[in-house]
Design a protein around this ligand. Structure first.
Ligand SMILES: [Zn+2]
Length: 262
């Protein structure tokens, strides 16, 4: 009985056209060098033949092998008993599925990063942060971009790559701390969140917009020297944290996502 077309398709596609043992492609230059080997021979006296086991030409009883490995498993059936061939087949097919999934996940993460970096000038962020504590570009609006991305693409986040997600979260948190600080008020020698004021002190915005509307700058007009010193002292470790987490993320993306469009 000839092998059914559906079984042939299943066998070749689940194995990604590779010999299940040596992983060689079973079709080379339009020549089929692969063979659909029987796990249990059709003849009771053939390799692994057993009068009690049903022998057939279905996908279940076949394994895709190159001609060399086919010869090996059939000439030394005791080295390749039935359970061993079944294990080789199921492991090979599971590896193929896992590889396909990994590729899909990689492509999805790559495309998410490319979308994010269309809106975040990612490689310039370090330089932007270095302008602190004196000024910060308004293009440094990472939390907003990230929030809108997640809202528009709920399936894309968290990233498939767990380490990427972890590094991104830290980076985002450090960026948020910086942005929130530029929205703070300073009252005496204490900072308060945006919109929060103390009544026993005169409060000023820690940062204000510059004349061109491109940056926020330290509110030098209203802050005392002591307060400016305090802003500088407070901002310095925040910037260091941010630069560190940004660098970690850049390095990881460079290493892991070589096709990234920054
Ligand atoms: Zn082979």
């Amino acid at each position: 009985m000839a092998i059914n077309q559906m079984d042939i398709k299943k066998l070749f596609s689940y194995s990604a056209g590779q010999c299940n043992i040596c992983k060689r492609n079973v079709i080379e230059d339009d020549v089929v060098i692969g063979e659909m080997a029987h796990i249990i021979a059709k003849s009771p006296k053939g390799p692994r033949g057993n009068g009690n086991t049903p022998r057939n030409d279905t996908y279940d009883n076949l394994i895709l092998l190159c001609s060399i490995d086919h010869k090996k498993v059939d000439s030394r059936p005791s080295d390749y008993p039935e359970h061993c061939l079944r294990k080789i087949k199921s492991k090979h097919e599971a590896d193929i599925t896992a590889r396909l999934n990994r590729n899909r996940e990689y492509e999805q993460d790559l495309s998410s990063l490319n979308v994010l970096f269309e809106f975040i000038p990612f490689l310039n962020l370090r330089e932007m942060a270095m302008d602190l504590p004196h000024k910060l570009s308004l293009d440094f609006d990472i939390p907003d971009v990230s929030f809108n991305f997640r809202k528009g693409n709920p399936q894309a986040y968290p990233f498939w790559d767990k380490k990427l997600t972890r590094l991104w979260e830290t980076f985002l948190l450090d960026a948020e701390v910086i942005e929130n600080f530029t929205l703070s008020n300073i009252c005496g020698d204490k900072f308060y969140a945006f919109g929060e004021f103390r009544t026993d002190y005169t409060c000023y915005n820690t940062y204000v917009g510059d004349d061109q509307g491109n940056f926020v700058v330290i509110n030098k007009r209203f802050l005392s020297h002591e307060q400016i010193d305090l802003v500088e002292q407070t901002m310095t470790p925040l910037v260091q944290n941010f630069i560190y987490s940004h660098r970690e993320l850049v390095n990881y993306i460079r290493f892991q996502f070589k096709d990234i469009k920054w």
